[in-house]
Design a binder for this molecule. Sequence first.
Ligand SMILES: O=C(O)C1=N[C@H](C(=O)O)C[C@H](O)C1
Length: 292
Amino acid sequence: MLRGIHVPLVTPFTSSGEVAADAVEKLAGQMLDEGAAGLVALGTTAEVAALDPAERALVIDTCVRVCAEREALLTVGVTGNDTRTTAAALRELPGGVGAALVTVPYFLRPGERGVIAHFEALAEASPVPLVIYHIPYRTGQAVGAATLRALGEHPNIAGVKYAVGGIDQDTIDLLGDLPDGFEVVGGDDAFVSPLLALGASGGILASAHVLTRSFVELVDAWQAGDVATARPLGHRLARVSHALFAEPNPTVIKGVLHARGLIPTPDVRLPLLPASAAAVSQADLVAVHPGQ
Ligand SMILES: O=C(O)C1=N[C@H](C(=O)O)C[C@H](O)C1
């Protein structure tokens, strides 16, 4: 279900500060037409915390339409650190949404037993399969391989977006012994190639807004065991991701998309500030000439 590249869409804004719905639609269609297996709406990259409920609904409706036209998976980010309200948000997801990306409860640090109880309750409540978003440097909560494996046994938990900031012992342990039907997708752009080499099935990668086809090719090459293609391509794309994340995500990516005429402004909402011109031009240059 989670195989391939899933692009967590940025939210483009007009020059008067509204969500640019036509640009969302165009960008969403382009990502899928370039080979992405699916889209993620309302991820961190979408600046979801800065969108009001009507804007969130607009983004979801637009993505539902684009994904339905192309029979692609739409995953929607549903974030909260309270089980009851997160369950309610899951129950309210509209038709056409295929999965929900749910962050490990952040800031509270409920412990791994709390994390298990949280996701089991959500999995029971959710009308769609869950993808756990494990990103300890943002949530502050450790989750080991044994906990993820236990959660992976639940029939309504499809996988984990794995973003631990590197390859560690838990990464090796988890990918060495995955429950049936439970998939790992890379969520740390710069580490996706080694994760794919270890058996991840794809990635949810903001970097895939740029060079979408190359990220798709990277997944395909690792899945086919074509190391001669995958290894150098992975190194090249890691350099691109490094440049795209030189300043807080998604500021540089929005700058590059705007420079390429794909979104009407590079604008982000506070507390994010626009990327510097130097970071944007460097990332654009590295995407075209990865040796730079
Ligand atoms: O929104 C997402 O999904 C992603 N967020 C990560 C982040 O901002 O740290 C990056 C990843 O590429 C996808």
